[in-house]
Design a binder for this molecule. Structure first.
Ligand code: NA7
Length: 539
Protein backbone atom coordinates (compact mmCIF):
# COMPACT_ATOMS: atom_id res chain seq x y z
CA UNK A 1 0.00 0.00 0.00
CA UNK A 2 1.25 3.51 -0.81
CA UNK A 3 2.46 5.47 2.18
CA UNK A 4 0.38 8.52 3.19
CA UNK A 5 1.79 11.61 4.93
CA UNK A 6 0.74 15.20 5.49
CA UNK A 7 3.62 16.61 3.44
CA UNK A 8 6.27 15.44 1.02
CA UNK A 9 9.44 17.53 0.94
CA UNK A 10 11.66 17.13 -2.12
CA UNK A 11 15.35 17.89 -1.57
CA UNK A 12 17.52 17.70 1.55
CA UNK A 13 19.70 20.77 1.21
CA UNK A 14 19.33 23.67 3.62
CA UNK A 15 15.71 24.18 2.50
CA UNK A 16 14.62 20.55 2.89
CA UNK A 17 16.35 20.03 6.23
CA UNK A 18 14.66 23.05 7.81
CA UNK A 19 11.27 22.41 6.18
CA UNK A 20 11.18 18.85 7.52
CA UNK A 21 12.10 20.14 10.97
CA UNK A 22 9.38 22.81 11.00
CA UNK A 23 6.70 20.36 9.88
CA UNK A 24 7.76 17.73 12.41
CA UNK A 25 7.78 20.40 15.11
CA UNK A 26 4.20 21.24 14.13
CA UNK A 27 3.22 17.59 14.60
CA UNK A 28 2.81 16.78 10.92
CA UNK A 29 3.82 13.52 9.25
CA UNK A 30 6.44 13.96 6.54
CA UNK A 31 8.38 12.13 3.85
CA UNK A 32 11.57 13.57 2.40
CA UNK A 33 13.15 12.52 -0.89
CA UNK A 34 16.70 13.35 -1.91
CA UNK A 35 18.52 12.42 -5.13
CA UNK A 36 21.91 12.55 -3.41
CA UNK A 37 23.21 9.91 -1.03
CA UNK A 38 23.25 12.40 1.85
CA UNK A 39 22.07 15.84 2.96
CA UNK A 40 23.63 19.11 1.77
CA UNK A 41 22.09 19.84 -1.64
CA UNK A 42 24.34 22.26 -3.54
CA UNK A 43 27.17 21.52 -1.14
CA UNK A 44 26.74 17.78 -1.59
CA UNK A 45 27.20 18.03 -5.38
CA UNK A 46 29.60 20.96 -5.88
CA UNK A 47 32.67 19.33 -4.37
CA UNK A 48 35.17 20.50 -6.98
CA UNK A 49 38.60 21.70 -5.82
CA UNK A 50 38.33 25.27 -4.53
CA UNK A 51 34.54 25.20 -4.01
CA UNK A 52 33.74 27.82 -1.40
CA UNK A 53 30.85 30.08 -0.44
CA UNK A 54 31.27 33.76 -1.30
CA UNK A 55 28.98 34.95 1.49
CA UNK A 56 30.67 35.17 4.90
CA UNK A 57 30.27 32.06 7.07
CA UNK A 58 28.81 33.95 10.02
CA UNK A 59 26.04 35.19 7.70
CA UNK A 60 25.68 32.12 5.44
CA UNK A 61 24.32 29.87 8.18
CA UNK A 62 20.98 29.16 9.82
CA UNK A 63 19.74 31.93 12.10
CA UNK A 64 16.70 30.17 13.57
CA UNK A 65 18.54 28.69 16.54
CA UNK A 66 20.50 30.92 18.85
CA UNK A 67 22.06 27.84 20.43
CA UNK A 68 23.25 26.52 17.07
CA UNK A 69 24.73 29.77 15.82
CA UNK A 70 26.51 30.38 19.12
CA UNK A 71 27.92 26.87 19.33
CA UNK A 72 29.08 26.37 15.75
CA UNK A 73 32.66 27.41 14.99
CA UNK A 74 33.46 28.43 11.42
CA UNK A 75 37.22 28.09 10.84
CA UNK A 76 37.41 30.60 7.98
CA UNK A 77 35.86 33.91 6.91
CA UNK A 78 34.40 32.16 3.84
CA UNK A 79 33.67 28.48 4.27
CA UNK A 80 34.94 25.75 2.02
CA UNK A 81 32.52 23.18 0.61
CA UNK A 82 33.62 20.37 3.01
CA UNK A 83 33.06 22.67 5.99
CA UNK A 84 29.55 23.66 4.87
CA UNK A 85 28.68 20.03 4.19
CA UNK A 86 29.88 19.11 7.70
CA UNK A 87 27.59 21.84 9.07
CA UNK A 88 24.58 20.61 7.05
CA UNK A 89 25.16 17.06 8.33
CA UNK A 90 25.49 18.31 11.91
CA UNK A 91 22.22 20.27 11.72
CA UNK A 92 20.39 17.34 10.11
CA UNK A 93 21.53 15.14 13.00
CA UNK A 94 20.68 17.71 15.67
CA UNK A 95 17.18 18.12 14.23
CA UNK A 96 16.82 14.34 13.73
CA UNK A 97 15.43 14.68 10.22
CA UNK A 98 17.53 11.98 8.51
CA UNK A 99 15.16 9.08 9.41
CA UNK A 100 12.45 10.89 7.43
CA UNK A 101 14.47 11.15 4.21
CA UNK A 102 14.76 8.55 1.44
CA UNK A 103 18.24 9.17 0.01
CA UNK A 104 19.48 8.28 -3.49
CA UNK A 105 15.86 8.66 -4.58
CA UNK A 106 14.94 11.12 -7.31
CA UNK A 107 11.35 12.33 -7.61
CA UNK A 108 10.25 11.92 -11.22
CA UNK A 109 6.56 12.86 -11.20
CA UNK A 110 3.83 14.22 -8.96
CA UNK A 111 0.11 14.28 -9.71
CA UNK A 112 -2.53 16.11 -7.69
CA UNK A 113 -5.91 14.38 -7.59
CA UNK A 114 -8.56 17.09 -7.27
CA UNK A 115 -11.27 14.78 -5.90
CA UNK A 116 -9.02 13.28 -3.23
CA UNK A 117 -7.04 16.48 -2.48
CA UNK A 118 -3.94 14.31 -2.70
CA UNK A 119 -0.52 14.55 -4.32
CA UNK A 120 0.91 11.23 -5.45
CA UNK A 121 4.67 11.41 -5.75
CA UNK A 122 6.62 8.94 -7.91
CA UNK A 123 10.37 8.26 -7.71
CA UNK A 124 13.06 6.54 -9.76
CA UNK A 125 13.38 3.75 -7.19
CA UNK A 126 9.72 2.82 -7.51
CA UNK A 127 9.02 4.20 -4.04
CA UNK A 128 5.89 6.37 -4.07
CA UNK A 129 4.03 8.40 -1.51
CA UNK A 130 0.73 10.23 -1.08
CA UNK A 131 0.52 13.59 0.64
CA UNK A 132 -1.80 16.53 1.15
CA UNK A 133 1.03 19.01 0.56
CA UNK A 134 4.00 18.88 -1.80
CA UNK A 135 6.92 21.17 -0.99
CA UNK A 136 9.82 21.55 -3.39
CA UNK A 137 13.17 22.31 -1.78
CA UNK A 138 15.00 21.44 -4.97
CA UNK A 139 17.38 24.40 -5.00
CA UNK A 140 18.01 27.19 -7.48
CA UNK A 141 21.32 25.99 -8.93
CA UNK A 142 20.96 22.22 -8.95
CA UNK A 143 20.50 21.13 -12.57
CA UNK A 144 23.90 21.29 -14.27
CA UNK A 145 24.00 22.72 -17.78
CA UNK A 146 26.18 20.81 -20.24
CA UNK A 147 26.82 22.34 -23.66
CA UNK A 148 25.88 20.03 -26.52
CA UNK A 149 29.35 19.74 -27.95
CA UNK A 150 29.54 17.47 -31.03
CA UNK A 151 31.95 14.58 -30.64
CA UNK A 152 32.08 14.62 -26.85
CA UNK A 153 31.25 10.92 -26.66
CA UNK A 154 34.41 10.21 -28.70
CA UNK A 155 36.73 12.16 -26.39
CA UNK A 156 39.14 9.61 -24.90
CA UNK A 157 39.95 11.54 -21.69
CA UNK A 158 37.94 12.35 -18.56
CA UNK A 159 34.98 14.73 -18.61
CA UNK A 160 33.81 16.38 -15.42
CA UNK A 161 31.22 19.01 -14.41
CA UNK A 162 31.86 21.21 -11.38
CA UNK A 163 28.23 20.85 -10.31
CA UNK A 164 28.41 17.04 -10.27
CA UNK A 165 31.96 16.47 -9.15
CA UNK A 166 32.74 12.78 -8.39
CA UNK A 167 32.82 11.67 -4.78
CA UNK A 168 35.88 9.50 -5.25
CA UNK A 169 39.16 11.46 -5.50
CA UNK A 170 39.96 12.81 -8.99
CA UNK A 171 43.65 13.15 -9.73
CA UNK A 172 44.30 15.68 -12.49
CA UNK A 173 47.95 16.10 -11.44
CA UNK A 174 50.35 16.20 -14.39
CA UNK A 175 47.55 16.12 -16.97
CA UNK A 176 46.62 18.48 -19.78
CA UNK A 177 43.34 19.94 -18.60
CA UNK A 178 40.80 22.18 -20.34
CA UNK A 179 38.25 24.20 -18.37
CA UNK A 180 35.18 25.59 -20.15
CA UNK A 181 33.51 28.45 -18.27
CA UNK A 182 34.63 31.41 -16.21
CA UNK A 183 31.69 31.99 -13.85
CA UNK A 184 31.96 31.62 -10.06
CA UNK A 185 32.78 27.90 -10.33
CA UNK A 186 35.39 28.38 -13.06
CA UNK A 187 37.00 31.24 -11.16
CA UNK A 188 37.33 29.04 -8.07
CA UNK A 189 38.60 25.88 -9.77
CA UNK A 190 41.01 27.48 -12.28
CA UNK A 191 43.73 28.51 -9.76
CA UNK A 192 43.46 25.08 -8.09
CA UNK A 193 43.86 23.18 -11.36
CA UNK A 194 46.67 25.44 -12.54
CA UNK A 195 48.68 24.32 -9.52
CA UNK A 196 48.29 20.64 -10.41
CA UNK A 197 47.90 20.27 -14.16
CA UNK A 198 50.79 19.92 -16.57
CA UNK A 199 49.03 22.51 -18.66
CA UNK A 200 45.70 24.25 -18.23
CA UNK A 201 43.72 25.71 -21.11
CA UNK A 202 40.89 28.02 -20.07
CA UNK A 203 38.15 28.29 -22.70
CA UNK A 204 36.51 31.66 -22.03
CA UNK A 205 33.35 32.81 -23.79
CA UNK A 206 32.65 35.87 -21.63
CA UNK A 207 35.33 37.63 -19.63
CA UNK A 208 34.14 38.03 -16.05
CA UNK A 209 34.61 40.39 -13.13
CA UNK A 210 36.26 38.90 -10.08
CA UNK A 211 36.98 40.81 -6.90
CA UNK A 212 39.36 39.47 -4.23
CA UNK A 213 37.64 37.27 -1.65
CA UNK A 214 40.39 37.90 0.90
CA UNK A 215 39.56 34.71 2.68
CA UNK A 216 41.40 34.17 5.94
CA UNK A 217 41.27 32.14 9.11
CA UNK A 218 38.42 33.27 11.34
CA UNK A 219 39.61 36.03 13.64
CA UNK A 220 38.50 34.96 17.16
CA UNK A 221 37.90 38.58 18.21
CA UNK A 222 35.71 39.22 15.15
CA UNK A 223 33.80 35.99 15.78
CA UNK A 224 33.28 36.90 19.44
CA UNK A 225 32.11 40.41 18.52
CA UNK A 226 29.54 39.03 16.05
CA UNK A 227 28.34 36.37 18.47
CA UNK A 228 27.89 38.94 21.23
CA UNK A 229 25.35 40.75 19.01
CA UNK A 230 24.21 37.84 16.82
CA UNK A 231 20.46 38.14 17.39
CA UNK A 232 20.51 41.87 16.74
CA UNK A 233 22.67 41.43 13.60
CA UNK A 234 20.35 38.75 12.25
CA UNK A 235 17.44 41.17 12.64
CA UNK A 236 19.40 43.74 10.66
CA UNK A 237 20.07 41.09 7.98
CA UNK A 238 16.38 40.15 7.82
CA UNK A 239 15.45 43.78 7.22
CA UNK A 240 18.25 44.43 4.72
CA UNK A 241 18.19 44.37 0.94
CA UNK A 242 20.57 41.44 0.52
CA UNK A 243 19.87 39.40 3.66
CA UNK A 244 23.25 40.18 5.20
CA UNK A 245 23.95 42.42 8.17
CA UNK A 246 27.44 43.39 7.07
CA UNK A 247 26.53 45.06 3.81
CA UNK A 248 24.09 47.90 4.23
CA UNK A 249 22.75 49.86 1.28
CA UNK A 250 25.05 52.70 0.22
CA UNK A 251 23.58 56.15 0.65
CA UNK A 252 25.55 58.18 -1.86
CA UNK A 253 25.54 58.37 -5.63
CA UNK A 254 28.82 58.50 -7.52
CA UNK A 255 27.62 61.84 -8.87
CA UNK A 256 27.85 63.35 -5.37
CA UNK A 257 31.52 62.38 -5.05
CA UNK A 258 34.72 63.77 -6.43
CA UNK A 259 36.81 61.40 -8.62
CA UNK A 260 39.22 61.00 -5.68
CA UNK A 261 36.37 60.05 -3.33
CA UNK A 262 35.03 57.48 -5.83
CA UNK A 263 38.45 55.95 -6.21
CA UNK A 264 38.89 55.78 -2.44
CA UNK A 265 35.51 54.04 -1.97
CA UNK A 266 36.26 51.49 -4.70
CA UNK A 267 39.76 50.84 -3.40
CA UNK A 268 38.45 50.37 0.16
CA UNK A 269 35.92 47.78 -1.07
CA UNK A 270 38.57 46.05 -3.17
CA UNK A 271 40.90 45.88 -0.15
CA UNK A 272 38.15 44.64 2.18
CA UNK A 273 37.30 41.81 -0.24
CA UNK A 274 34.05 40.03 -0.98
CA UNK A 275 31.19 40.58 -3.39
CA UNK A 276 28.75 42.08 -0.90
CA UNK A 277 30.62 45.33 -0.55
CA UNK A 278 31.67 45.91 -4.09
CA UNK A 279 28.27 46.39 -5.71
CA UNK A 280 27.31 48.61 -2.76
CA UNK A 281 29.95 51.23 -3.49
CA UNK A 282 27.46 53.73 -4.96
CA UNK A 283 23.70 53.71 -4.50
CA UNK A 284 23.05 53.89 -8.27
CA UNK A 285 25.70 51.41 -9.43
CA UNK A 286 23.11 48.94 -10.71
CA UNK A 287 20.76 51.59 -12.12
CA UNK A 288 22.95 54.03 -13.98
CA UNK A 289 25.23 52.88 -16.81
CA UNK A 290 27.56 55.87 -16.42
CA UNK A 291 28.10 55.14 -12.72
CA UNK A 292 28.47 51.45 -13.43
CA UNK A 293 31.24 52.20 -15.90
CA UNK A 294 33.28 53.88 -13.14
CA UNK A 295 33.29 50.66 -11.09
CA UNK A 296 33.65 48.41 -14.15
CA UNK A 297 36.68 50.34 -15.36
CA UNK A 298 38.20 50.25 -11.86
CA UNK A 299 38.22 46.43 -11.99
CA UNK A 300 39.50 46.39 -15.59
CA UNK A 301 42.39 48.59 -14.46
CA UNK A 302 43.16 46.10 -11.69
CA UNK A 303 43.17 43.27 -14.23
CA UNK A 304 45.62 45.17 -16.43
CA UNK A 305 47.84 45.77 -13.38
CA UNK A 306 47.78 42.11 -12.29
CA UNK A 307 48.12 40.31 -15.63
CA UNK A 308 51.58 40.78 -17.13
CA UNK A 309 50.84 40.01 -20.78
CA UNK A 310 48.81 43.00 -22.09
CA UNK A 311 47.12 40.90 -24.80
CA UNK A 312 45.92 38.34 -22.22
CA UNK A 313 44.85 41.14 -19.87
CA UNK A 314 42.80 42.72 -22.67
CA UNK A 315 40.99 39.43 -23.30
CA UNK A 316 40.30 39.07 -19.56
CA UNK A 317 38.73 42.53 -19.30
CA UNK A 318 34.92 42.18 -19.23
CA UNK A 319 32.84 44.33 -21.54
CA UNK A 320 29.48 43.98 -19.81
CA UNK A 321 28.43 46.12 -16.81
CA UNK A 322 29.72 44.94 -13.44
CA UNK A 323 27.15 43.37 -11.12
CA UNK A 324 24.58 42.80 -13.86
CA UNK A 325 25.63 39.14 -13.85
CA UNK A 326 26.52 37.45 -10.56
CA UNK A 327 29.74 39.06 -9.33
CA UNK A 328 32.49 36.56 -8.53
CA UNK A 329 34.98 36.55 -5.69
CA UNK A 330 38.25 34.70 -6.06
CA UNK A 331 41.69 34.06 -4.69
CA UNK A 332 44.51 34.62 -7.14
CA UNK A 333 42.24 34.22 -10.18
CA UNK A 334 43.76 36.82 -12.51
CA UNK A 335 47.27 36.04 -11.18
CA UNK A 336 46.83 32.49 -12.51
CA UNK A 337 47.16 33.80 -16.07
CA UNK A 338 50.77 34.83 -15.32
CA UNK A 339 51.74 31.16 -14.99
CA UNK A 340 53.65 29.50 -17.82
CA UNK A 341 51.39 26.44 -17.73
CA UNK A 342 48.13 28.39 -18.27
CA UNK A 343 46.74 29.48 -21.64
CA UNK A 344 43.61 31.57 -22.16
CA UNK A 345 41.59 30.60 -25.23
CA UNK A 346 39.06 33.19 -26.34
CA UNK A 347 36.11 31.16 -27.64
CA UNK A 348 34.05 34.28 -28.28
CA UNK A 349 36.55 35.08 -31.04
CA UNK A 350 37.13 31.47 -32.12
CA UNK A 351 34.16 29.34 -31.02
CA UNK A 352 34.42 25.75 -29.93
CA UNK A 353 33.44 23.54 -32.84
CA UNK A 354 33.72 20.02 -31.44
CA UNK A 355 35.40 17.58 -29.13
CA UNK A 356 37.76 15.17 -30.85
CA UNK A 357 39.18 11.91 -29.43
CA UNK A 358 42.28 13.92 -28.45
CA UNK A 359 40.79 17.15 -27.10
CA UNK A 360 38.85 20.24 -28.17
CA UNK A 361 38.79 22.03 -31.50
CA UNK A 362 37.85 25.66 -32.11
CA UNK A 363 37.43 27.14 -35.58
CA UNK A 364 41.10 28.16 -35.39
CA UNK A 365 43.04 25.39 -33.59
CA UNK A 366 42.95 22.00 -31.87
CA UNK A 367 43.95 21.59 -28.21
CA UNK A 368 45.25 18.23 -26.95
CA UNK A 369 43.70 17.42 -23.56
CA UNK A 370 43.56 14.56 -21.06
CA UNK A 371 40.54 16.00 -19.20
CA UNK A 372 37.75 18.49 -19.90
CA UNK A 373 36.16 20.27 -16.93
CA UNK A 374 32.79 21.85 -17.59
CA UNK A 375 32.26 24.86 -15.33
CA UNK A 376 29.28 25.79 -17.47
CA UNK A 377 26.70 26.50 -14.78
CA UNK A 378 23.10 25.48 -14.26
CA UNK A 379 19.60 25.61 -15.64
CA UNK A 380 18.89 27.97 -12.78
CA UNK A 381 15.72 28.40 -10.70
CA UNK A 382 13.38 26.42 -12.96
CA UNK A 383 15.56 23.52 -14.20
CA UNK A 384 15.07 21.18 -11.26
CA UNK A 385 11.32 21.77 -11.17
CA UNK A 386 10.90 21.41 -14.93
CA UNK A 387 12.51 18.00 -15.02
CA UNK A 388 9.81 16.60 -12.72
CA UNK A 389 6.44 15.96 -14.34
CA UNK A 390 4.18 17.99 -12.03
CA UNK A 391 0.50 18.11 -12.96
CA UNK A 392 -3.07 17.94 -11.68
CA UNK A 393 -5.91 15.57 -12.55
CA UNK A 394 -7.71 18.54 -14.08
CA UNK A 395 -4.97 18.91 -16.69
CA UNK A 396 -2.79 21.73 -15.30
CA UNK A 397 0.93 21.07 -15.70
CA UNK A 398 3.79 23.12 -14.23
CA UNK A 399 5.84 22.80 -17.42
CA UNK A 400 2.97 24.18 -19.50
CA UNK A 401 2.22 26.92 -16.97
CA UNK A 402 5.86 28.02 -17.13
CA UNK A 403 6.47 27.49 -20.84
CA UNK A 404 6.86 31.25 -21.43
CA UNK A 405 8.89 31.64 -18.24
CA UNK A 406 8.03 31.02 -14.59
CA UNK A 407 4.92 32.75 -13.16
CA UNK A 408 4.33 32.52 -9.45
CA UNK A 409 2.56 34.32 -6.66
CA UNK A 410 5.36 35.74 -4.51
CA UNK A 411 7.62 32.88 -5.52
CA UNK A 412 5.74 30.63 -3.11
CA UNK A 413 3.01 29.01 -5.22
CA UNK A 414 1.90 28.68 -8.83
CA UNK A 415 -1.79 29.27 -9.59
CA UNK A 416 -3.56 26.12 -10.75
CA UNK A 417 -1.44 23.83 -8.58
CA UNK A 418 -3.08 23.51 -5.14
CA UNK A 419 -1.06 22.58 -2.05
CA UNK A 420 2.19 22.87 -4.04
CA UNK A 421 4.99 25.14 -2.78
CA UNK A 422 8.45 26.02 -4.08
CA UNK A 423 11.02 27.18 -1.51
CA UNK A 424 13.00 30.16 -2.90
CA UNK A 425 11.02 29.85 -6.12
CA UNK A 426 11.25 32.26 -9.05
CA UNK A 427 9.52 35.50 -8.10
CA UNK A 428 11.13 35.56 -4.64
CA UNK A 429 14.51 37.15 -3.72
CA UNK A 430 16.15 33.70 -3.33
CA UNK A 431 19.54 33.87 -5.05
CA UNK A 432 19.65 37.68 -4.95
CA UNK A 433 19.80 37.47 -1.19
CA UNK A 434 21.69 35.50 1.42
CA UNK A 435 19.93 32.33 0.35
CA UNK A 436 19.90 30.65 3.78
CA UNK A 437 17.93 33.55 5.24
CA UNK A 438 15.63 33.43 2.20
CA UNK A 439 15.11 29.72 2.79
CA UNK A 440 14.30 30.27 6.46
CA UNK A 441 11.77 32.96 5.61
CA UNK A 442 9.96 30.74 3.08
CA UNK A 443 10.03 27.66 5.30
CA UNK A 444 8.64 29.57 8.27
CA UNK A 445 5.97 31.24 6.16
CA UNK A 446 4.83 27.93 4.66
CA UNK A 447 4.86 26.15 8.04
CA UNK A 448 2.84 28.98 9.62
CA UNK A 449 0.29 28.79 6.79
CA UNK A 450 -0.15 25.03 7.16
CA UNK A 451 -0.57 25.35 10.93
CA UNK A 452 -3.06 28.20 10.43
CA UNK A 453 -5.04 26.04 8.00
CA UNK A 454 -5.09 23.09 10.35
CA UNK A 455 -6.44 25.26 13.16
CA UNK A 456 -9.08 26.67 10.80
CA UNK A 457 -10.10 23.18 9.62
CA UNK A 458 -8.80 23.74 6.10
CA UNK A 459 -6.59 21.58 3.92
CA UNK A 460 -6.47 23.15 0.47
CA UNK A 461 -4.66 26.32 -0.60
CA UNK A 462 -4.20 27.72 -4.06
CA UNK A 463 -2.74 30.98 -5.39
CA UNK A 464 -5.21 33.32 -7.04
CA UNK A 465 -4.61 33.87 -10.79
CA UNK A 466 -5.13 37.64 -10.63
CA UNK A 467 -2.94 38.07 -7.56
CA UNK A 468 -0.27 36.07 -9.34
CA UNK A 469 -0.58 38.21 -12.46
CA UNK A 470 -0.18 41.38 -10.39
CA UNK A 471 2.89 39.94 -8.68
CA UNK A 472 4.48 38.94 -12.00
CA UNK A 473 3.91 42.46 -13.38
CA UNK A 474 5.24 44.06 -10.18
CA UNK A 475 8.37 41.86 -10.10
CA UNK A 476 9.04 42.65 -13.76
CA UNK A 477 8.66 46.39 -13.16
CA UNK A 478 11.08 46.29 -10.22
CA UNK A 479 13.68 44.38 -12.26
CA UNK A 480 13.24 46.68 -15.27
CA UNK A 481 14.45 49.66 -13.23
CA UNK A 482 17.88 48.07 -12.94
CA UNK A 483 20.72 47.29 -15.32
CA UNK A 484 20.37 43.59 -14.48
CA UNK A 485 17.19 43.30 -16.53
CA UNK A 486 18.82 43.18 -19.95
CA UNK A 487 21.98 41.31 -19.03
CA UNK A 488 22.72 37.87 -20.52
CA UNK A 489 22.78 36.08 -17.20
CA UNK A 490 21.36 32.96 -15.63
CA UNK A 491 19.00 35.29 -13.72
CA UNK A 492 17.19 35.82 -17.03
CA UNK A 493 17.58 32.29 -18.44
CA UNK A 494 19.97 33.58 -21.12
CA UNK A 495 22.57 30.87 -20.40
CA UNK A 496 20.27 28.06 -21.57
CA UNK A 497 19.58 27.90 -25.32
CA UNK A 498 15.84 28.22 -25.97
CA UNK A 499 14.90 29.16 -22.39
CA UNK A 500 12.38 32.03 -22.26
CA UNK A 501 13.92 35.32 -21.16
CA UNK A 502 12.29 36.31 -17.85
CA UNK A 503 14.05 38.00 -14.95
CA UNK A 504 13.45 35.21 -12.43
CA UNK A 505 14.49 36.30 -8.91
CA UNK A 506 12.65 39.16 -7.21
CA UNK A 507 14.80 42.30 -7.03
CA UNK A 508 12.70 44.22 -4.51
CA UNK A 509 14.99 43.27 -1.63
CA UNK A 510 14.95 40.65 1.09
CA UNK A 511 13.62 42.96 3.83
CA UNK A 512 10.83 44.47 1.71
CA UNK A 513 9.79 41.07 0.46
CA UNK A 514 9.75 39.61 3.97
CA UNK A 515 7.53 42.48 5.17
CA UNK A 516 5.10 41.87 2.29
CA UNK A 517 4.88 38.15 3.09
CA UNK A 518 4.32 38.91 6.78
CA UNK A 519 1.58 41.39 5.86
CA UNK A 520 -0.16 38.75 3.69
CA UNK A 521 -0.09 36.29 6.60
CA UNK A 522 -1.32 38.91 9.08
CA UNK A 523 -4.20 39.88 6.79
CA UNK A 524 -5.57 36.36 6.45
CA UNK A 525 -3.68 35.39 3.28
CA UNK A 526 -5.20 37.58 0.56
CA UNK A 527 -4.18 36.28 -2.87
CA UNK A 528 -4.44 32.69 -1.65
CA UNK A 529 -7.68 30.67 -1.65
CA UNK A 530 -7.90 28.64 1.53
CA UNK A 531 -10.62 26.03 1.77
CA UNK A 532 -11.65 22.66 3.08
CA UNK A 533 -11.53 19.99 0.41
CA UNK A 534 -14.39 17.52 0.43
CA UNK A 535 -12.17 14.52 1.01
CA UNK A 536 -9.63 14.43 3.72
CA UNK A 537 -7.24 11.60 4.34
CA UNK A 538 -5.70 11.09 7.71
CA UNK A 539 -2.10 10.03 7.77
P1 NA7 B 1 27.77 30.45 -14.41
O1 NA7 B 1 27.97 31.64 -13.57
O2 NA7 B 1 26.51 30.33 -15.19
O3 NA7 B 1 29.02 30.40 -15.41
C1 NA7 B 1 29.06 29.47 -16.46
C2 NA7 B 1 30.25 29.76 -17.34
O4 NA7 B 1 30.26 28.80 -18.40
C3 NA7 B 1 30.18 31.13 -18.01
O5 NA7 B 1 31.49 31.61 -18.15
C4 NA7 B 1 29.57 30.79 -19.37
O6 NA7 B 1 29.87 31.72 -20.37
C5 NA7 B 1 30.22 29.47 -19.66
N1 NA7 B 1 29.43 28.68 -20.59
C6 NA7 B 1 28.17 28.23 -20.42
N2 NA7 B 1 27.78 27.53 -21.50
C7 NA7 B 1 28.82 27.57 -22.36
C8 NA7 B 1 29.00 27.05 -23.66
N3 NA7 B 1 28.04 26.37 -24.29
N4 NA7 B 1 30.20 27.26 -24.27
C9 NA7 B 1 31.15 27.96 -23.64
N5 NA7 B 1 31.03 28.48 -22.41
C10 NA7 B 1 29.87 28.29 -21.79
O7 NA7 B 1 27.90 29.12 -13.57
P2 NA7 B 1 28.80 28.82 -12.28
O8 NA7 B 1 28.68 27.38 -11.96
O9 NA7 B 1 30.15 29.36 -12.44
O10 NA7 B 1 28.12 29.68 -11.15
C11 NA7 B 1 26.71 29.57 -10.89
C12 NA7 B 1 26.37 30.22 -9.60
O11 NA7 B 1 26.74 29.37 -8.52
C13 NA7 B 1 27.06 31.50 -9.29
O12 NA7 B 1 26.53 32.58 -9.94
C14 NA7 B 1 26.94 31.59 -7.78
O13 NA7 B 1 25.67 32.07 -7.44
C15 NA7 B 1 27.07 30.16 -7.36
P3 NA7 B 1 28.80 32.92 -20.70
O14 NA7 B 1 28.97 33.90 -19.60
O15 NA7 B 1 27.44 32.27 -20.72
O16 NA7 B 1 29.23 33.39 -22.03
Amino acid sequence: MTRRVDAVVVGAGFGGIYMLHKLLEAGMSVAGFEAGADVGGTWFWNRYPGARCDVESLEYSYSFSSKLQQAWRWPERYSSQPEILRYAAHVADELAVRPHIAFSTRVTAAVYDEAANTWTVETDTGDSCEATYLIMATGCLSTPSRPKLPGLDRFSGKTLHTGEWPHEPVDLGGLRVGVIGTGSSGIQIIPELAGKARHLHVFQRTANYCVPARNEAMDPDYEAAIKARYDELREIARASHGGVAGSLQPERSAFEMTPQEREAVLQARWDAGGIGGFTKTFNNLLRDAEVNEIASEFVRRKIREIVKDPAVAARLCPRYMIGTKRLCAGSGYFETYNRDNVTLVDIAEHPLVEATPAGLRTDAAEYALDAIVFATGFDAMTGSLARIDIRTSSGVSLRERWQDGPRTYMGLMTAGLPNFFHITGPGSPSVLSNVILSIEQHVEWIADLLVHMRHAGMNRVEADEDAQERWVVHADEVAKQTLLYNASSWYTGANIPGKPRVFMPYLGGHGNYRRRCDEVARSGYPGFHLSRALHEHRA
